[in-house]
Ligand binder design. Structure first.
Ligand code: GLV
Ligand code: MG
Length: 312
């Protein structure tokens, strides 16, 4: 569990296929908060082994600034997982922050990864616990077990919804993940969002929405991202640098909300500390300790994203 990456924003999480030299070279130039280099579903089976060295080379030689840097390995039910971890974590050096685990089904999947990482870190000379874990919930079984999954390891930093695999897992009659999923006659994603969010927050994790596949339609992306933002999600995957730009906007509080949150905190502090009042009026809204908590979460989120207060 890396303190550095745990406290960084993840409004936009850029996916890059680990087999593509061209996309790997371009990834650090995007303004995404987080980048993950993929060894899983965006890499063809006959490229999986060769992609490991490309990913290691990219981590070691490209300039990744402050962003969270992660590698998605293959799932435990494939032949690739342990070698992915040994080769990548064993050779990437300490700039690698996290491993992302796809298709996590139960807590023991995460425990197994934690144990493997502990050995690999030791042999690679990394600090114990340096590598954090992101866990993807992409199956009905994973969703049912999400509460235990989120509590399975202190390395966990993030819980991620994987809508494409999830739609396949539950038999949704869709061929893509776009905004129409949220507007259909039924919308199982509202249950999924709430369940994953509760489990993640109860364990202090970042909570992230997955990909939006109609990549050229940025307005539709903005609409869909606004839905998970409204639940309280911290960010969403980006498949292109243009998607990342939109997501950085959607998952930041508006300047108005950021400033108002500061004002609420100031007003509340004066009321409680100097006037000994617990509940008071802020304009035409009643505020109390709970309102201060909400305001504090927007201030934290905005500061994490580099926002500055514009009210005195
Ligand atoms: C992401 O991995 C997804 O399946 O949506
Ligand atoms: Mg998936």
């Amino acid at each position: 569990m890396s303190e550095r990456s745990r406290s960084l924003p993840r409004r936009s999480c850029l996916s890059t296929p680990g087999s593509s030299d061209r996309f790997l070279a371009k990834a650090p130039t995007s303004s995404a908060d987080m980048s993950f280099l993929d060894l899983e579903d965006s890499v063809a089976p006959n490229e999986k082994v060769a992609a490991r060295a490309k990913v290691v080379e990219a981590i070691r030689t490209l300039s990744w600034d402050e962003r969270v840097l992660c590698v998605r390995v293959n799932a435990w039910d494939t032949p690739w997982t342990y070698s992915d971890v040994i080769e990548v974590v064993g050779n990437a050096g300490d700039r690698l922050d996290e491993i992302m685990m796809p298709k996590v089904r139960r807590a023991s999947d995460v425990v197994a990864m934690d144990l493997l990482l502990t050995q690999v870190e030791k042999n690679a000379g990394l600090a114990p616990g340096h590598i954090g874990i992101e866990a993807q919930i992409e199956t009905a079984e994973g969703l049912i077990n999400v509460e235990e999954i989120c509590a399975a390891s202190t390395r966990l930093e993030t819980i991620v919804f994987g809508p494409a695999d999830f739609a396949a897992s539950i038999g949704m009659p869709v061929t893509t993940i776009d905004e129409r999923i949220h507007d259909g006659p039924s919308n199982p994603f509202s249950y999924v969002f709430a369940k994953i969010l509760m489990a993640g927050r109860a364990n202090g994790l970042h909570v992230i929405d997955g990909p939006f596949l109609k990549v050229r339609d940025l307005d539709a992306l903005r609409y869909a991202a606004g839905i998970s933002f409204s639940y309280g999600f911290d960010g969403k995957w980006a498949l292109t640098p243009d998607q990342a730009l939109v997501l950085n906007e959607v998952y930041s509080p508006s300047q108005e909300l950021f400033d108002k949150s500061f004002d609420i905190l100031d007003t509340y502090r004066v009321a409680t500390e100097q006037e000994h009042t617990g509940a008071l009026m802020f304009g035409d809204e009643m505020i109390d300790e709970a309102s201060a908590k909400i305001a504090n979460s927007f201030v934290t989120r905005g500061l994490r994203s580099g926002m500055k207060r514009t009210t005195p």
